[in-house]
Design a protein around this ligand. Structure first.
Ligand SMILES: Cc1ncc(COP(=O)(O)O)c(C=O)c1O
Length: 416
């Protein structure tokens, strides 16, 4: 990227972890031009359109066998809310109208619109709106570095995963519709990978009580974590998967949910899904999504993310040896994060007024590097930055990212 003065930056966080295929890809420009000569718009209740059908077909082919239906939207928040509403309408149609509660985690980010915000736990983004949002039950995320139960894995018996069952029982299983979760936490905690057996406990609990497992893959989908979808890292079967970001990689607003047949049939056979957005599934967005998907699959970008993630993570871990303010390096593929602490032994965070995550981001900016700052303790304290470059990154560029970050860390240390 170049700014108005001509200064060059390496975008090491893909915008908001979205530009999976990188910027300025001529294949996408061509796909847009070609589609523009066909049609910009066809309303989904009147016409299907070719790009939408083709993209859905390819998504179904490449995703888990049971996910064989696609419903389009134009962004991540819309995808999450569509997942909630489809799940709710499914239970409603089946005569289980008491199921309306969605359990999610603390912290988490699922989007900015009121329904998605109700699932979110990231204080600065919710506090002003709390009186307007329905309060849904939440369980602690598997943030082992700061365990909510003050336990240590593996001696903890995965209390954070078992909290799902306790919460379902507290709320009454007949009232719970779904558990909504990011397979690998993106922004809110910073590239948090759960313990290996976490999702097997979650999946069993969801099945036991007949509730949906909704995976929010808005950030993790489309190759980001080294697999096309992050659920492939474990033996899990989500009932609904929410997608966006990398799906059109920033070239157009696009998102989707993927679902199994019987969920859709239950809803469609009884009057149809009482939900939808005017721009959803429009031919321009889907033509872009189709071309982006082909770039990701044909150019093996998931594999490149897995491969380039290794030296990048190794480089970040090497920084942790040299900079005592690095408390933890985490993540998978090209969704990586560095948590910064005042005291590595006690894991005490820096005082919030020092705004260390922003300071490091500013120093990186000066070095021509873009990273993504957040606060892992429910958005209120702690400091982390995401390092998540486009999935086309090459080995020498990984080296350049690390060099610039090294200089930024040095400058941050000197300022503190
Ligand atoms: C995991 C997750 N879900 C949902 C969203 C919301 O997506 P959007 O900003 O496109 O509405 C985001 C955005 O960062 C996200 O990271």
């Amino acid at each position: 990227m170049w700014d108005h003065t001509g200064k060059e930056y390496i975008d090491a966080c893909s915008g908001a972890v979205i530009c999976n295929i990188g910027y300025g890809n001529p294949k996408i420009a061509n796909a847009i031009a070609e589609q523009a000569h066909e049609t910009f718009f066809a309303y989904r209740t009147q016409f299907e359109n070719e790009p939408a059908v083709r993209l859905a077909t390819e998504l179904v082919e490449y995703s888990a066998p049971h996910l064989n239906r696609v419903f389009y939207v134009s962004g991540g928040s819309e995808a999450v809310e569509s997942a909630m509403k489809l799940c709710r309408q499914y239970f409603y149609n089946r005569g289980e109208g008491s199921r309306y509660l969605f359990i999610s985690r603390v912290p988490s980010y699922h989007g900015s619109t009121l329904g998605a915000l109700a699932l979110t736990s990231y204080a600065p983004l919710e506090i002003p709106f709390r009186p307007m949002i329905r309060t849904y039950p939440k369980i602690p995320a598997p943030y082992c570095y700061r365990c909510a139960f003050h336990k240590e894995y593996p001696h903890c018996d995965l209390e954070c995963a078992r909290a799902l069952e306790t919460t379902i029982l507290e709320q009454g299983p007949e009232n719970v519709a779904a558990f909504v979760v990011e397979p690998i936490v993106g922004a809110s905690i910073g590239a948090l990978v759960p313990p290996e057996d976490y999702f097997s406990v979650i999946q069993k609990t969801c099945r036991k009580y007949g509730i949906f497992l909704i995976l929010d893959e808005v950030m993790t989908g489309f190759g980001r974590t080294g697999k096309l979808f992050a659920y492939e890292h474990w033996d899990i079967e989500a009932d609904i998967v929410a997608l966006s970001k990398g799906m059109a990689s920033g070239y157009y607003p696009l998102g989707a949910i993927m679902v199994r047949d019987d969920t859709v049939d239950e809803v469609v056979s009884k009057g149809g899904f009482a939900h939808g957005h005017t721009y959803a599934g429009n031919p321009m967005a889907c033509a872009v999504g189709l071309e982006v998907f082909r770039v990701i699959t044909k150019e093996h970008l998931s594999e490149n993310a897995a491969e380039m993630g290794r030296p990048l993570k190794a480089g970040l871990k090497d920084f942790a040896e040299r900079y005592k303010m690095i408390g933890q390096v985490r993540g998978k593929g090209l969704l990586l994060a560095v948590e910064l602490v005042k005291d590595r032994d006690t894991r005490e965070p820096f005082p919030i007024e020092k705004e260390v995550n922003l300071l490091l981001t500013d120093m990186a900016y000066e070095e021509g590097l873009i990273i993504y700052p957040r606060r892992p303790i429910n958005g209120l304290s702690g400091d982390h930055v995401l390092v998540a470059p486009p999935l086309i990154v090459k080995k020498d560029q990984v080296g350049e990212i690390l060099d610039r970050l090294d200089r930024a860390l040095k400058r941050t240390m000197n300022k503190l």
